[in-house]
Design a protein around this ligand. Sequence first.
Ligand SMILES: *Cc1c(COP(=O)(O)O)cnc(C)c1O
Length: 472
Amino acid sequence: MLKKSEFSQNADKVSQWLSQFFSELERLPVKSKVKPKEVYRQLPAQAPGSSEAIEDILTDLQQIILPGMTHWQHPNFHAYFPANSSQESVFAEYITSALGAQCMIWDTSPSAAELEQKVLEWLQVEMDIPKSWEGVIQDTASSATLVAILSARERLTGFRSNVEGVPNNLRVYCSIDTHSSIDKAVAIAGIGTRNLIKIPVDKRGRMRTEALEGQIASDLKTGYVPCCVIASIGTTSRVAIDPLDEIANVCLQHQLWLHVDAAFAGTAMLLPECRWICKGLRKADSLVFNPHKWMFTNFDCSAYYVKNVETLLRTFEVLPEYLKTSTRGQVNDYRDWGVPLGRRFRALKLWFVIRSFGMDGIRARLRKHIELTKYFCNCLLEDSRFTLMQEPLLSFSCFRLAPQGMSNREQLNRLNESLLKAINESGEAFLSHTKIEGQYTIRMLTAQTYVEQRHIDKVLSLIKEKADILLQ
Ligand SMILES: *Cc1c(COP(=O)(O)O)cnc(C)c1O
């Protein structure tokens, strides 16, 4: 165990390691190239009996662990959705772990509870989320969606499901392109995935409202009880934006809970010109978006906002004797706002990021990311062998290689699969894929914290170079 007096000496070593990591990051392979068990086999069979020096641990970190990391903070990480970090966020996490507080209730760290309330109020104003809603930080969007579905279930059943168990005829609706966390949440909530009805989408991947209405009407006739709808603002496959306003009207008519999953795209609500994505939000019941995706705050940090906090509290409140406090009712005890009791001090990193970037700085970065996507698409299309699979949206685009004269679907799918493999195996960039109406499609995000035009230029030439080789 290190002595207290050794802190600053060791902290310097860790800082130096990090500083070197950041300066080398661009030259490391984006996607790890290790084979299965390659890391595992290099680790000793037994835990060390006696103390080892921090230098030695850092050496193994460099030599064994680092090669097995896929570098999510690399500016040429364009895959999935980003999980952005930033210097500010790193510093705050460092401090959070040093403080080591359990922020389950106000009493266990008043600053954590009050800072959480304040930073979420700040974001609420900046994003034009209705004033009467209240926010809480959850670990992930998956947890936030589970919280929404449980709240919906309790509201509908008069808070009896918590006590008596769940009726087997509740129904939840989402589009066929909705994130897998909804299937999981419906299963955990005891509603049964059989009762999760996936609504078809239009050509742009958006839930078809009239199909939703039809499904609800037929469920009502056959004895089911519609409970909740999840609208996706930015699906994982292709950032499709469900027509929230129309869906909200259907939910109001049938008094269904409407939860908005804006895990990635929600950050764009900070930009007035992008607020159209959440038109109709006022009529919904809850919203989640992930600062840990596109708001420069490292994983994990999900912002969950809810219209009626009383429903949330009644769903999750437990009050054992050892947690009774005299401040109850005057302050927010966040353990009643979600699933776990214990909570990390996540508000600190949001506070660091918001203050050090400034809202102007955050907005400027988001706008730059959106510009970079336009730039990427324009440059890509200069090469007539490529086509976009839909209009670019925010910092997302998707494309495929489709040279003239090649129209066989299977052949094109294989070609694009090979192209993606060649790009990713180069280690120079990392992109991922989806299928749009059976067509293999390459996804591209330009939403890395430190991405610049030169990184986009690099990936463009990489894509074209690999296409040349494949088509030779
Ligand atoms: C990423 C994502 C999620 C899951 O986010 P976690 O925070 O990892 O649980 C859910 N929904 C959508 C639309 C996403 O993009």
